[in-house]
Design a protein around this ligand. Structure first.
Ligand code: THG
Length: 386
């Protein structure tokens, strides 16, 4: 059975759409009502390019929710359980957003663009509707909109070289998550050291959708000496690196504890925020861990067992060509059941596999692969033999 999904008027095209088609995109997903490339046909090559070289991704579907006005800062602080402390202009923050029941509804990147102007760079959900509702009902003096802003990610150990050649050496001073408004031969962008991989990289938030092709081609040309190629948010790498994918790793009634975002929450804050009372009362037992599967891929949604006891459930799951085993994010009911626990799971082929829980991220955080610290490029994959 072969079928196609129509490109219709309710779903939007990214400003980089034509370029991604030109560069051979094979699969799109729909994210924030916009087509977003997920593959160019060779997932393993895309993965290797990301961990060994540099890739460029059309992530325009990470739309911005802009909040401006005298109460903008107060509203931002009310929207997230995270304590944002000083919140300077030019610094980005990862900010979980919960509803009043403490359910995790989004996990955007926050940018303070001006004193009274913020962007929430959102994951897949209609955060603009949520923010408008909260602002109006709460009497916050703000205006909200979706500005003409479209991120393009450059990720991988060689991303830094590409960005230096485009913008100059000053970019090496940008600390993680910090950003600056700048331009590239007149194309207005916000350049941030960020991105949905732990291989290091930058995001260029294009601020004029008419100039998508121009920006794409500039990045592509500058990346040629470094072997740049097209890519997309990478399911395997992000799973091994333990970057959360809302909707894939969570359900609508998942709380931020089980999603593994404890470190981002400050329930002791003096001021109020949405979900505070619910989060204080939440059952904080269930936890996310990594899991390595010997010789197979665990089937998403299946239970995890020890003997006859069901002890957890598989969230996202795939095969890692780097570790040469199945890898998954799993939600365990008992927080005592941590790394090294031996379990059984059902594979995508229906067979039973033995597997072992592990800590996250799956890569050594101090090691060569993580956070763009790669000084040498791994030559051969490191199989897991545990
Ligand atoms: N970049 C931008 N917008 C985005 C994403 C992005 N919007 C949608 C989606 N991604 C939001 N989700 C995430 C999830 C994780 C991270 C960023 C966005 C992330 N987390 C780091 C970590 O978990 O180690 C850092 C967290 C921290 O230390 O603050 O980077 O990618 N523009």
């Amino acid at each position: 059975m072969a079928f196609n999904i129509a490109i219709g008027p309710r779903e939007r095209k990214s400003p980089f759409y034509d370029c991604t088609v030109e560069d051979g995109v094979t699969h799109f997903t729909v994210y924030n009502h916009m087509y977003m490339p997920v593959s160019y046909g060779d997932p393993e090559a895309e993965y290797r390019r990301l961990i060994q070289g540099v890739a460029m991704w059309d992530v325009a579907a990470e739309r911005q929710v802009e909040i401006t006005g005298p109460d903008a800062e107060r509203l931002i602080r009310y929207l997230t359980p995270r304590d944002l402390k000083d919140l300077p202009i030019g610094k980005g923050y990862y900010v979980p957003i919960c509803d009043h029941q403490g359910n995790l509804i989004n996990d955007p990147v926050l940018l303070r663009i001006e004193d009274q102007r913020f962007w929430l760079s959102i994951a897949d959900a209609d955060v603009l509707l949520w923010v408008r509702g909260v602002a109006f009902e709460g009497g916050f003096d703000v205006t909200t909109c979706e500005p003409d802003v479209s991120p393009l990610a450059v990720q991988g150990p060689k991303a830094r070289d590409v960005i230096i050649s485009l913008f100059g050496e000053w970019i090496t001073e940008l600390k993680n998550f910090w950003f600056r408004e700048t331009e590239l031969d007149g194309v207005p962008v916000v350049l941030q050291r960020s991105g949905w991989s732990k291989q290091g990289g930058y995001e260029l938030y294009l601020c004029d959708s008419e100039r998508g092709t121009e920006l794409w081609n500039k990045v592509k040309a500058a990346g040629q000496p470094f072997g740049i190629g097209p890519g997309a948010p990478n399911y395997i790498e992000r799973l091994e690196s333990s970057l959360l994918s809302i909707g894939a790793d969570t359900l609508w009634d998942s709380d931020p504890f089980e999603a593994g975002l404890d470190k981002m929450l400050d329930l002791d804050r003096d001021d109020d925020f949405i979900g505070k009372a619910a989060l204080e009362k939440a059952d904080k037992r269930s936890r996310t861990f990594g899991m390595r599967v010997r010789g197979g891929i665990a089937e998403r949604g299946r239970t995890i067992s020890i003997g006859d006891d069901i002890v957890g459930r598989v969230c996202s799951s795939t095969w890692s060509p780097y570790q040469e085993c199945g890898v998954a994010l799993v939600r365990m009911d008992d927080p005592e059941m941590g790394p090294s626990t031996e379990v059984k799971v059902t594979g995508t082929d229906g067979k039973t596999y033995s597997a072992k829980l592990c800590s996250l991220p799956m890569y050594d955080p101090e090691g060569a692969i993580v956070r763009g610290k790669n000084t040498t490029i791994p030559k051969s994959p490191e199989p897991w033999t545990g």
